[in-house]
Design a protein around this ligand. Structure first.
Ligand SMILES: Nc1ncnc2c1ncn2[C@@H]1O[C@H](COP(=O)(O)OP(=O)(O)O)[C@@H](O)[C@H]1O
Ligand SMILES: [Mg+2]
Length: 574
């Protein structure tokens, strides 16, 4: 809640002005039936047109004033609540950027999307309603009761008997409704997940002709959402008929009691009419109040989900700022010491007792079957995940003692999935170094053997990628990703199967380029290619999360069974 207040306090003035505007609007509205009674009793009953015209004009003017203040109220409240929603979204987004892979795995990306959009809208709506209705309903109730008591105390008591009955009814209904609101949000998460997975993998879905299966999955998820929304709504809509019934019963009671009074002359006709009008206002106020409470219940379910993220502690914390500047990766030596690693939701360690030292400037291949945990191993170096046990040191300093920014600045990483963003090719390459000059960009692209194909595109480096732009082949994307990483001139370069979609010739060229310029860069290459395995200084053989052998390619050919197996199986493919 403190978080909300930190944002809301920027809108202090709006927050202060709205209740005033509401107060004036309510006054304008609740005074109307009072004039009405006057017109009926002193104008209509006495057949005095001048009274009717005069009071009528006053009523119109007050109405217009009320309308004006009400519009102003909506305007102020909408601006403030929209601003609040936007700010809250930025705060949450910023927090999500700070979460580690582990946290994001835990929250689930689809759920984070729902929280950023749908959940925040619910909260924003309540802020809007609070600025418009929270005061309005109670004020209207109080004012209406005030005028009613002035007209006739006995009748007023009849009316007031109805209010607590309605109040208790609303409370019971909402208490039963709350658990459903949370479940609705969870179902929306689930639906988003289905859509997200489908869209990301649409090519596979299509190539395996699984559209029908996917559609059924979507429909199922969608129907589950529908059912739970219907159940939640059933509870909510039961409020309205119940309220209507109580209100109609009280109108009958008032007409019954009031009619009697009119006949014996205790009450005037106009007073009875205005009484019924006040009753309508009370009904209106209670309706608004119940809508407000309903939205609040829904928003508090959403709020719980938003705050859960806002108050979560990132599982991966940055090293503290040092007074004498921070460590930087200078040489590129990597040491793993008794490292074990397990994913948060995993039941067993995926890496066990990993020990090795990679020297500065060395080129090392990491080989092993799929699932051997090669990717998991390299992700630990730039601290995309933290080790579960043991220690990783770069240049003799534990990775946890580097500031994350410095650490990652020193390490260029090309992930197994090559991900590019919407924007031009040059923009994408600049991700590696935001202030890179065009010459630097071209140099990096040449090294990654991407320059030629970029130049063959009509717009060259200004070609748009992604939405509205062109699509590249897998191999072309991989080369752009390599160029992006090279642009940083990292001390440590990690290539996770990054040339799998590039043909052997081009790969050879890229490797030669790298050998030439990366004299003092440590390179760790995950590869399936025999050529590559043979051309590096040393090979680390990983099997089932354990290091099976380390040595030069020649040594391993003679000593490691696992290496020979991998070598032979890949040679056939090459
Ligand atoms: N984000 C993750 N959460 C949980 N388990 C994972 C995750 N990523 C990979 N794994 C598991 O870790 C093991 C090693 O996977 P990975 O490192 O991708 O292997 P490789 O890159 O050698 O093919 C696999 O059993 C895989 O199921
Ligand atoms: Mg992998």
């Amino acid at each position: 809640m403190i978080k909300y207040w930190q944002i809301l306090k920027q809108y202090k003035i709006s927050l202060a002005v709205c209740p005033l505007l509401v107060l004036i609007t309510v006054l304008c509205e609740t005074i109307q039936p009072f004039f009405m009674a006057d017109i009926v009793d002193n104008g209509v009953m006495q057949r005095d047109l001048s009274v009717i015209a005069e009071r009528g004009l006053v009523m119109v003017l007050i109405s217009l004033a009320g309308l004006g203040f009400s519009v102003l109220n909506v305007w102020v409240a909408s601006r403030a609540s929209t601003g609040f929603g936007t700010d809250l979204r930025s705060v949450l987004f910023d927090k999500i950027q700070r979460l580690s892979f582990l946290d994001i795995d835990r929250f689930n990306p689809a759920s984070l999307i729902t929280r950023l959009t749908n959940d925040i809208s619910h909260i924003q709506q309540v802020v809007l309603m609070s600025m418009r209705m929270m005061l309005r309903s109670p004020l209207m109730l109080v004012m209406a009761v005030f005028f009613v008591v002035r007209i006739n105390t006995q009748l007023a008591l009849t009316l007031m008997a109805a209010i607590p009955v309605l109040g208790i009814g609303i409370f019971i209904i909402l208490r039963n409704g709350f658990p459903y609101f949370l479940r609705v949000q969870q179902k929306i998460d689930q639906l988003n997940e289905v859509v997200r997975e489908n869209l990301i993998n649409i090519r596979i879905v299509k190539s395996f002709v699984r559209e029908d299966f996917e559609t059924r999955k979507f429909v199922r998820s969608s129907e589950e959402l529908r059912d739970i929304v219907i159940r939640a709504s059933n509870i909510i809509v039961s409020i309205f008929p119940a309220m209507q019934l109580v209100m109609n019963l009280s109108i009958i009671a008032i007409l019954w009691v009031g009619g009697g009074k009119v006949i014996i002359g205790d009450l005037q006709v106009g007073e009875l009419i205005s009484f019924v009008n006040y009753l309508a206002q009370v009904l209106m106020a209670l309706m608004l109040l119940s809508m407000f409470i309903m939205a609040t219940a829904r928003a508090s379910a959403s709020s719980r989900r938003v705050l859960e993220v806002l108050y979560s502690h990132p599982s991966l914390t940055d090293a503290p700022q040092r007074p004498f500047g921070c460590h930087r990766v200078r040489k590129g030596e990597i040491v793993f010491e008794q490292v074990a690693f397990r994913y948060a939701e995993g039941e067993t360690d995926v890496l066990h007792d990993i020990n090795f030292r990679i020297f500065p400037g060395e080129i090392v291949a990491l080989v092993g079957a799929t699932g051997a945990a090669k990717t998991s191993l390299v992700q630990l170096i730039p601290r995309l995940y933290d080790v579960t046990w043991g220690e990783i040191r770069i240049d003799g300093i534990p990775v946890k003692e580097y500031r994350l920014e410095e650490l990652r600045q020193g390490i260029g990483m090309v992930l197994q999935q090559n991900i590019l963003f919407t924007g031009t090719i040059a923009d994408n390459l600049r991700w590696g170094k935001s202030d890179a000059s065009m010459a630097e960009i071209e140099e990096a692209a040449r090294l990654a053997e991407a320059h030629d194909f970029i130049c063959s595109l009509a717009e060259g480096y200004n070609t748009l990628l992604g939405r509205g732009g062109i699509n590249l082949s897998g191999g072309q994307k991989q080369r752009l990703c390599i160029a992006r990483a090279l642009l940083r001139k990292p001390k440590i370069l990690i290539l996770d199967d990054s040339t799998s979609a590039v043909d052997s010739d081009t790969e050879l060229k890229i490797r030669n380029n790298l050998n030439q310029i990366l004299q003092d860069t440590t390179v760790l290459i995950i590869t399936q290619r025999v050529h590559t395995m043979q051309s590096v200084h040393r090979v680390i053989v990983l099997d089932n999360g354990e290091v099976k052998a380390i040595g030069t390619p020649k040594e391993l050919m003679n000593t490691s069974m696992v290496y020979q197996e991998i070598f032979n199986s890949q040679q056939i493919l090459d």
